[in-house]
Design a protein around this ligand. Structure first.
Ligand code: BGC
Length: 774
């Protein structure tokens, strides 16, 4: 695109924008209309095309490969699917990741408009915290952001108030670093455990995903900055994400894949929405008028604007007509398509006008438009405390057996001041977030070793030294952490003598397993990924045997944003297992807080954990059903626990499962219809010996006489306050009757008859039921 031309022409009309900021909190529509009326066709075409960088032209192909070898290699497949422009688009694409605009390292911004007397609006990732460059050319300052736990960990808290508090902190960083829109939350459904971006997404269940998204959006937007709810829609795999055709029924879309978006839009009005790369039933999401206009605005009442995902290279005219207001970052080709369309009448001017107005309607509310002088000094210290707390709240205790040394106690929590032998690379080099746009440039990360020491535990030295030396040597061999790569090293293979010496000198052995994932690729059902690697398996068998022979506890900690095949881990008979997710920069401290009992674990799984990969129905067609471009969602609405219930298949750990250091009893459940709502009440009592919090799930089972319905579906959830032993709390949860509906032939239908509401500790642990007639 001719950037000079755009800069000049845009400057002519946009000067009038100054002074048309919000009046009494309401955007001045008349001023926006006036601006649009004064724009030339060139200006209009330019306005709906964002850019990611304003000063540098993309390098030529050889230069590009030299400069960005990893990105070029990884995205070659996507470059092919860009089609017509192949290399040109790839060059622009890779340059995205060295953006040096107004906020260096941000994902994109609008064109620089000198006469606007306003700085360009800035968009930056991402779901686990703001992603910008921490260091700037010729500037001694530091611009680090807080790496919060990834979204799966947030969902595992089942605590919307806490999530809102976390994202309020995130939003403060967005605002104080001069960014207008945070490109998050991402809420695609965990259809298959191998999706490379599941760590960035909340759950397999649309209600949990939607409610979490809603809380997330509220927290960020309370700062007067916006979010971009993404990736709209049905973006459930990374393999060939730019071209794959997701073939899915209207019912599955409405009930599963769109439902979370619907909840978030209706409850929280995200300022922007990002359309996804993929096709849905043959049409690219960014060109899909039904999705972006009829459904989103018509049915759901959406008031913000829609932007493409980065470099979604579809047809500019079709995107505009579909209601994809902004193309991020647009290409020369898309600019010309739009301009020519406007000139020859194949693209109606009122369509582009509508889109520009949608964008301006939001822009006028941004800190940039309001002239906010950002400090570049968010309260990172306060946010570190928030991330430490939320990481604890999301951890899921999967197993906790009676202690070997003292049958009256459980393995966890560990005794104060215990000596621990730490096995596994990630005890010393912990993973705290995923790679790609979900990664955050944080100032530090706390390893498990440091966290345990900070928590007053004694870490066995000899084995720690062996790992540290090994990792120091390995680090020299692999590139340092960057956008695409968070290095993960082969597990150090430990010897029997090392294991024996370390365990004999300790009270417990802790074994950490880590997995990295990120955008651009899916995980594989292979050793070292879904399965344990040969070294991991050898180590876990060895450490378990040695620990048990010595009568010591053997504890497994999972440092990953997703799940893995657990056969080999369980075969090693761990005494306790804690899933710590990717816990953000304070992860080591948070894990120590939970292992030591300072915090009682209260997270529950936001996904179903199968005994084996093949148990997931989607394993038959993930990533493709046929060839390399079609994925048929044959399981329809039967995703996650809905499938396991229907197939009468027992998972390893059910959806919603998680233990505590205490126990809870449920009783006195009632369910009553009040007009268009069902009010459910249930009393939860802490029957154990330590204080704790309990997540309660309310599932509804429909009569299922006129329609094949899931056995049960999550309709509400709540979490108690911290209950002291013996104390109770009555949770009152409200379920809109319309949320009991299923998608019939072409509309939502609430089946009449008797519904059973269950108060459950997990999808497989129903504690109380109550019946209601509709
Ligand atoms: C990702 C988006 C991200 C964008 C900007 C894309 O590759 O899919 O989630 O917001 O890049 O970095």
């Amino acid at each position: 695109m001719n950037r000079k031309l755009i800069t000049l022409t845009m400057a002519m009309s946009i000067t009038t924008l100054v002074g048309c900021n919000e009046k009494n909190g309401a955007v001045d529509q008349a001023a926006i209309d006036e601006i649009v009326a004064g724009m030339t066709l060139e200006e209009k075409a330019a306005f709906v095309i964002g850019t990611n960088r304003v000063s540098e032209t993309p390098p030529d192909a050889p230069e590009c490969i030299k400069k960005y070898p990893l990105i070029c290699e990884k995205f070659q497949h996507e470059a092919d699917s860009f089609g017509v422009n192949g290399w040109e688009d790839l060059q622009q694409f890779v340059s995205t990741y060295s953006t040096q605009g107004r906020v260096p390292g941000a994902a994109g911004q609008h064109y620089e408009l000198p006469s606007l007397k306003m700085r360009p609006f800035v968009y930056a990732d991402g779901p686990a915290g703001l992603r910008i460059d921490a260091k700037r050319e010729g500037d001694q300052g530091e611009y680090y952001c807080t790496a919060f736990p990834t979204e799966t960990a947030l969902a595992a808290t089942w605590d919307t108030e806490l999530v809102e508090r976390v994202t309020r902190a995130m939003g403060e960083e967005v605002k104080e670093y001069g960014v207008d829109i945070l490109l998050a939350p991402a809420i695609n459904i965990h259809r298959n455990p191998l999706c490379g971006r599941n760590f960035e997404y909340f759950s397999e269940d649309p209600l949990l995903a939607g409610k979490m998204a809603s809380a997330y959006i509220n927290g960020v937007q309370q700062n007067g900055v916006g979010v971009s709810l993404k990736h709209f829609a049905v973006n459930n795999q990374e393999t060939h994400r730019n071209g794959v055709n997701e073939v899915v029924s209207m019912r599955a879309m409405r009930e599963i894949y769109l439902r979370g978006f619907e909840i978030a839009v209706k409850e929280s009005q995200p300022w922007t929405i990002m359309s996804s790369y993929n096709k849905i039933n043959g049409t690219f999401a960014s060109e899909n008028k039904w999705l972006l206009t009829d459904l989103l605005r018509g049915e759901w009442g959406y008031e913000g604007f829609v932007m493409t995902d980065w470099w979604a290279q579809e047809n500019g005219v079709r995107q505009q007509m579909a209601g994809n207001d902004l193309i991020m970052p647009g290409s020369q080709r898309q600019y010309e398509e739009i301009l020519n369309g406007l000139k020859d009448g194949s693209l109606k001017e009122e369509v582009v006008d509508r889109n520009i107005k949608n964008i301006l309607g939001i822009m006028m509310k941004t800190p940039t438009a309001l002239g906010y002088e950002y400090s570049n000094k968010p309260d990172l210290q306060a946010h570190a405390a928030v991330t430490r707390e939320v990481a604890c709240e999301g951890m899921v205790l999967l197993k906790n057996e009676p202690a070997r040394a003292n049958k009256d106690a459980m393995t966890l929590p560990l005794n104060a001041g215990a000596k621990v032998a730490l096995f596994g690379n990630s005890c010393y080099d912990i993973l705290v977030g995923g790679s790609g746009s979900g990664n955050v440039n944080r100032k530090y990360k706390i390893s498990l070793e440091e966290g345990m020491k900070n928590g007053g535990f004694i870490v066995e030295n000899a084995i720690a030294d062996a790992y540290t030396k090994y990792l120091d040597a390995e680090k020299k061999k692999l590139p340092a952490e960057n956008f695409w790569t968070v290095p993960v090293y082969d597990e150090l293979l430990i010897t029997e003598a090392q294991a024996k010496a370390a365990i004999e000198a300790s009270d417990a052995a802790i074994f950490s397993i880590c997995r990295m994932a990120g955008e651009g690729g899916d995980r594989k059902n292979e050793p070292g990924d879904w399965q344990l690697s040969a070294n991991e398996k050898a180590n876990i068998d060895l450490v378990s045997r040695v620990a048990h022979e010595a009568g010591k506890a053997f504890v497994v900690v999972l440092d990953m944003g997703n799940i893995i095949d657990f056969t080999d881990v369980l075969a090693a008979q761990p005494d306790a297992v804690l899933h710590a997710w990717l816990g953000g920069q304070e992860a080591g401290n948070s894990i120590a807080d939970v292992l030591g009992g300072k915090v009682n674990p209260c997270g529950k799984l936001p996904m179903t954990w199968a005994k084996k990969y093949e148990d997931y129905a989607s394993s038959k067609n993930f990533p493709f059903s046929e060839g390399d471009s079609i994925t048929r969602y044959e399981e329809d609405v039967f995703v996650g626990y809905r499938q396991f219930d229907a197939d009468k298949l027992a998972p390893l750990f059910p959806f919603g499962y998680g233990l505590s250091y205490t126990n809870f009893a449920y009783d006195e459940m009632t369910a009553k219809v009040n007009g268009d709502k069902v009010t459910v009440r249930v009393k939860v009592t802490n029957t154990g010996k330590v204080a704790g919090r309990e997540v309660v799930q309310i599932y509804a089972s429909a009569p299922g006489k006129t329609m094949k319905k899931p056995v049960k579906e999550l309709k509400a959830f709540g979490k108690t306050a911290l209950l002291e032993p013996g104390k109770s709390e009555v949770l009152t949860l409200t379920i809109p009757v319309e949320s009991l509906a299923s998608w019939g032939k072409d509309k939502w239908e609430v089946e009449p008859g008797e519904y059973t509401f269950s108060a459950a500790a997990s999808a497989a642990d129903v504690r109380q039921t109550a019946k209601v007639k509709m």
